[in-house]
Ligand binder design. Structure first.
Ligand code: CP
Length: 396
C-alpha cells in the first residue's frame, strides 16, 4: 500500500471526489473492464488488495439487490476480510440507534464501511464522529461509502451511471445531452447527477416528470449554476412532440415507499407520463440508449421488460458496470498502488480532525476521603470538562 490522495477517503456525496479524481477512476475502470474481457489475470491482479487484515463491512439498513450484490462481489475480487452487518438479527431491532450500532462495529477492525440507510447524511455524520482508533490495519480512521441515503444521494450509482454514459459517448467528455425521466423528486440517483454530470464539459438536461414528482427547485438552480442547459417537460409525449430529442434517456422508478398519501393516490396517473413503450422507438435515432438504476416494479414497470431485447437496452450493462466501478473505488480508498499512483490533477485537501483542545491534567491524590453518595473523585485518569460545539479550536 502507498500513501496517496485516495487513501481512507469517505464518499458521502459525489462531490467528495473531484472531477479529476472521478475521471481518473473512470480510466482505471475502463482498463479493468478490458482486462476482464481479455481474462488478463496478470493485470487483474494489480487491481486487488490481497490483504486478509484489511476489513470491509457492508451495512445495508435498507433493501438492495444490485448495490449490495456488486459491493459483495467487488470485495471478494479485491480479496479482503469482508463481511456483512446482519441487520435483521441486530440490536437495531431492540431500538438501538444506527449510530450506536455502526460505531460499535467500527471497533471491530473494519477499515471501510459501505452503508445504505434511510438516514440522510449518515456517512458524513459517522466520518465526523468516529476517531482515530489507533489500531485499524491500514487507515487511521474508518472510511464510509454511501450506498444510498434516503432521497439524498447515491454517489456510487452516479459513478457507474457516468461510466455507462461515457461508454455510449465513445469516451468523449466534451458534451452530454440527457433526458432524466420519472420520480425526480425522490430519486437519489437523480440528485447525485446535479454535480455528477459535471464530468462532461457541456451538459444539456431534459427533465421529464409530472409536477407532483418534479425535481426540487434548489437542485434545478444548482444545475443551472453548474452551467447546465435545462428544459422541462411534464410527460414523454410532450417531449416527443418537439424535435430536439436526446439519445440518452435515464428512467427512474416512482418511489412509492417514500411518497405521501396524496401523491400515492395518483400513482397510476403519474406513471402514464413517464413510462416507456416500444412505440417510442420509431421516434428515436438508432444509437439511442435507455438507462435505469433499477429495480423496476414487476407489475407496473416504467421500463417494460418487452424492451429488454432491443439495442436501446443500456440498463443491463449499467448494472454490470456497478461491480467494476466499485472495485476501483474501494481499491482506491485502500490505496492500491496500480489504481492510485499515476493520478495527476486536483484532489481534495485531506481533512484534519484537530484534537489539540484536549488538555490532559495530572490528578493529584489529596488523601483518602469517604464519599457516601454522588460523583466520586477520580484517583487516576482523564477529566474532560466544558465540551463545547464548534469546528475549530478558536470557536470552541
Ligand atoms: N440501483 C440500486 O441502488 O439498486 P438496488 O436498490 O437493488 O441496490
Amino acid at each position: 500500500m502507498t500513501s496517496n490522495n485516495f487513501l481512507g477517503r469517505t464518499v458521502a456525496v459525489i462531490n467528495d471526489l473531484t472531477l479529476d479524481e472521478r475521471r481518473h477512476l473512470y480510466s482505471k475502470a475502463k482498463e479493468l473492464k478490458e482486462a476482464m474481457i481479455r481474462k488478463d489475470r496478470a493485470l487483474l491482479n494489480k487491481f486487488k488488495i490481497n490483504d486478509e487484515y484489511f476489513g470491509m463491512r457492508r451495512a445495508f439498513l435498507e433493501d438492495s439487490t444490485r448495490t449490495k450484490g456488486s459491493f459483495t462481489s467487488a470485495m471478494e475480487f479485491l480479496n479482503v476480510n469482508e463481511h456483512d452487518f446482519d441487520v435483521d438479527h441486530s440490536s437495531i431491532n431492540k431500538s438501538e440507534s444506527y449510530f450506536d450500532s455502526i460505531n460499535t462495529l467500527v471497533g471491530y477492525d473494519d477499515d471501510v464501511f459501505v452503508i445504505r440507510s434511510k438516514l440522510e447524511g449518515v456517512c458524513r455524520y459517522l466520518e465526523e464522529k468516529t476517531y482515530d482508533l489507533g489500531y485499524l490495519h491500514t487507515l487511521d480512521k474508518p472510511a464510509f461509502v454511501n450506498a444510498g441515503d434516503g432521497k439524498h444521494e447515491h454517489p456510487t450509482q452516479e459513478i457507474l451511471d457516468g461510466y455507462t454514459f461515457l461508454e455510449d459517448n465513445h469516451w468523449d467528455y466534451s458534451h452530454l445531452h440527457i433526458a432524466l425521466i420519472g420520480d425526480l423528486f425522490h430519486g437519489r440517483t437523480i440528485h447525485s447527477k446535479v454535480d455528477g454530470l459535471k464530468i462532461f464539459h457541456n451538459v444539456k438536461v431534459d427533465l421529464i416528470a409530472p409536477n407532483e414528482i418534479a425535481l426540487q427547485d434548489y437542485y434545478v438552480k444548482r444545475m443551472e449554476e453548474n452551467g447546465f442547459e435545462i428544459r422541462t417537460f411534464e410527460s414523454i409525449e410532450e417531449y416527443l412532440d418537439q424535435k430536439d430529442i436526446s439519445k440518452q434517456w435515464y428512467f427512474t422508478r416512482p418511489q412509492l415507499e417514500r411518497m405521501g398519501e396524496k401523491v400515492l393516490a395518483k400513482q397510476d396517473e403519474l406513471r402514464k407520463g413517464i413510462t416507456a413503450s416500444v412505440e417510442f422507438l420509431r421516434h428515436l435515432e438508432d444509437d439511442t440508449h435507455f438507462y435505469h438504476p433499477l429495480p423496476r416494479h414487476k407489475e407496473h414497470p416504467t421500463l417494460p421488460t418487452e424492451l429488454d431485447g432491443y439495442s436501446v437496452n443500456g440498463w443491463t450493462r449499467q448494472s454490470k458496470n456497478g461491480k467494476l466501478t466499485r472495485i476501483v473505488l474501494l481499491g482506491a480508498i485502500a490505496g492500491v498502488p496500480y489504481i492510485c499512483d499515476d493520478f495527476e490533477g486536483q484532489s481534495l485537501e485531506k481533512k484534519v480532525y484537530e484534537d489539540n483542545f484536549i488538555e490532559p491534567l495530572i490528578v493529584e491524590n489529596s488523601g483518602v476521603k469517604n464519599y457516601k453518595q454522588g460523583v466520586r473523585p477520580l484517583k487516576n485518569g482523564v477529566v474532560i470538562d466544558h465540551i463545547s460545539r464548534g469546528s475549530t479550536p478558536q470557536e470552541i
